[in-house]
Design a protein around this ligand. Structure first.
Ligand code: NAI
Ligand code: MG
Length: 357
């Protein structure tokens, strides 16, 4: 069968890491269960420059009819002063919303041989390294709820954001998290703020109701503030974590710090029936763009997620992950990991780093 891939390089290091991802896909193609047809589209600042719109209509329609979509990153100082609706980041938000990719999977993984990359002490990471999956609701909640805006009321300005979830919006993302927890044989933690927020109380009820369909999956409810502390103090207590949009945004960046470099983190955003959206977690990194030193690992691990979630090619996915981790463990790293490798080398935990550029 044929699979159409839409590739959206975007801005800054986006095109640099996307190039590496496409090379990997081409390398793997002969052993994959589908023939890949790759085409490119414009998004973000690059699209603003080309056609004045961060999400051009033909990019959107190509995305909606693709078999899967890959994105590099969008944004940068050049476009920071544009009106809100024409900023590059708005193009990505709209793309996610239009593709209805409601379940954003963000694995925080460091195999034990790469524990030295984490700022956490070895005793905390333990024998197994770091292995937590954050499932973030991506197209609802306070980022989209109406009313929203800054209004004048009684002579002063008042800002309003609305945190709103329909029951079904909660149920579908919770279901994805339960399914993955079952497949991986891991416990599920649902993170909320049910002691204060109505939306969290409904969230908790929906999780409780879903439980009946997954009696084999151990479930815990954790308040988001306590969870933030716990994730740093004992990350190994967690397997799959499901949470709403804003909490997930903040917690996955915290999780990123635990892994040691944003450049290592992949993500997959899943829809129901439509194409999935695959992107590394990092942004366009204007500080290092154009130098050929961006870490491609986040993108390569993102390709692995595509192999797993779109192609169900689990063996190929694991092989890619193992290869990425093994390369880093041999000390072949980009500059963002060099310092951690040097320190680990001094204590005999990593070969002398060979810094690639
Ligand atoms: P960023 O993720 O671009 O960079 C943060 C830091 O991490 C920088 O020091 C950067 O050099 C480093 N870094 C990121 N990816 C790396 C990689 N692959 N290899 C080595 N080092 C890497 O976040 P920042 O600086 O806050 O935002 C820069 C621009 O990117 C902004 O315009 C922002 O809006 C946009 N952005 C876009 C995202 C997306 O397209 N999904 C996500 C986050 C930010
Ligand atoms: Mg974020």
């Amino acid at each position: 069968p044929r699979l159409d891939l839409l590739v959206l390089p975007g801005d800054g290091i986006g095109p640099e890491v996307v190039r590496e991802g496409v090379l990997l896909l081409r390398e793997l193609e002969p052993s994959l269960p589908a023939e890949l047809h790759i085409r490119e589209g414009a998004i973000g600042g690059a699209a603003v420059d080309e056609v004045g719109d961060p999400l051009p209509a033909d990019t959107l329609s190509a995305a909606l009819s693709a078999g899967a979509v890959f994105l590099g990153a969008v944004g940068g100082p050049r476009w920071e002063n544009l009106p809100a609706e024409r900023r590059p980041e708005q193009g990505l938000l709209r793309l996610r919303k239009e593709m209805r990719v409601f379940a954003n999977l963000r694995p925080l993984r460091l195999p034990p041989e790469l524990s030295f990359l984490s700022p956490l002490r070895l005793e905390i990471l333990g024998e197994g390294g770091l292995d937590v999956l954050i499932v973030r609701e991506l197209v609802g909640g306070i980022y989209f709820g109406e009313p929203r805006g800054i209004f004048v009321e009684g002579g002063e300005r008042v800002a309003v954001d609305t945190l709103r979830y329909r029951e079904e919006e909660i149920a579908r993302v919770v279901d994805v998290a339960f399914r993955i927890a079952r497949t991986q044989g891991k416990p599920l933690a649902s993170v909320d703020k049910a002691n204060v927020l109505a939306s969290s109380r409904l969230w908790r009820e929906v999780v409780e109701a879903k439980r009946a369909e997954y009696p084999d999956v151990p479930v815990r409810h954790v308040l988001v503030d306590a969870f933030a502390m716990d994730l740093v103090r004992r990350p190994t207590a967690y397997g799959v974590v499901v949470t709403e949009n804003l909490f997930g945004d903040i917690l996955s960046d915290l999780g990123g710090a635990l892994v040691g470099s944003l450049g290592l983190l992949p993500s997959a955003s899943l829809s129901e029936g439509g194409p999935h959206l695959y992107e590394p977690v990092h942004g366009s990194a204007p500080d290092i763009a154009g130098q050929g030193i961006a870490n491609p690992a986040g993108m390569l691990l993102t390709v692995a997620m595509f192999l797993r979630h779109t192609l169900a090619a689990e063996d190929a996915a694991s092989a890619v992950e193992a290869a990425v981790f093994a390369t880093i463990a041999r000390g072949r790293v980009t500059p963002d990991l060099a310092e951690a490798c040097r320190r680990a080398h001094a204590s005999g935990r990593c070969p002398a780093p060979e810094v690639l550029s």
